[in-house]
Design a protein around this ligand. Structure first.
Ligand code: NAG
Length: 210
């Protein structure tokens, strides 16, 4: 019985805390010097030099440059770009989609993602380990969750630009991009996502139409 309780406790504990817990209040990432030793995370800044600016970033105030093939841009702030995040198990990103923009299938091995639509319409979906697709239309103020490690994608679903913020429960969620690894043709991926969006009866949707 005791053993079962311990196992349950560990399972619950590990599932809510993907990054290790911090052992002090804060540990802003030290400015980059060439490291001669490697640890799980980043070394802390000298505590006497920590100030409020370490916990602020203005890097998401501007849209990323969407002048590229996918007509999209994701600006991710991890503990490397945003020192105050170090050891807190959090990171944040901004996604900008042009009218025909898309962010193709990818996954974050170390984190779930909570997406909040700031403006425009976003068509978002993920695939679970049974190869079942969960996809829906999101409008301003809507929130959607991409569970940890699962493949997911976003398309602009409206006639205007769309912007969304994402929050991750890891200071370094990591990105695995299927196109990048297997050299899959970008057009092919785009078509795949478009055909998902135009809908097939076998897909699990909430009935929303684009
Ligand atoms: C995203 O935007 C940033 C900042 O404007 C830019 O440096 C970067 O090249 C853009 N990425 C892509 C894939 O276009």
């Amino acid at each position: 019985m005791k053993i079962i309780l311990v196992i349950m406790f560990c399972a619950i504990f590990s599932s809510v805390s993907p990054d290790p817990d911090n052992m002090q209040d804060t540990c802003p990432t030290a400015p980059g010097e060439q490291s001669t030793f490697f640890i799980n995370g980043y070394p802390c800044k000298n505590p006497t030099k920590i100030n409020a600016q370490d916990f602020k970033s203005s890097k998401l105030t501007v849209a990323g440059d969407t002048d590229n093939y996918l007509q999209s841009n994701v600006t991710l702030l991890t503990a490397l770009e945003f020192p105050g995040l170090n050891t807190l198990g959090l990171s944040v990103s901004r996604m900008d989609l042009e009218r025909d923009g898309s962010v193709p299938f990818h996954s974050h091995p170390r984190s779930s993602e909570l997406l909040f639509v700031v403006s425009g319409v976003v068509f978002a979906g993920f695939v679970d380990t049974n190869n079942k697709i969960f996809q829906t239309v999101l409008r301003k103020g809507d929130v959607f969750v991409f569970p940890k490690g699962l493949l997911h994608f976003c398309l602009s679903g409206g006639f205007e630009r769309a912007t969304a913020l994402s929050f991750y429960n890891s200071q370094n969620p990591g990105v695995v991009n299927i196109g990048g690894v297997f050299g899959i043709d970008q057009d092919h991926i785009k078509n795949m996502m478009r055909s998902l969006a135009t809908g097939s009866a076998s897909l699990v949707t909430d009935g929303d139409e684009l």
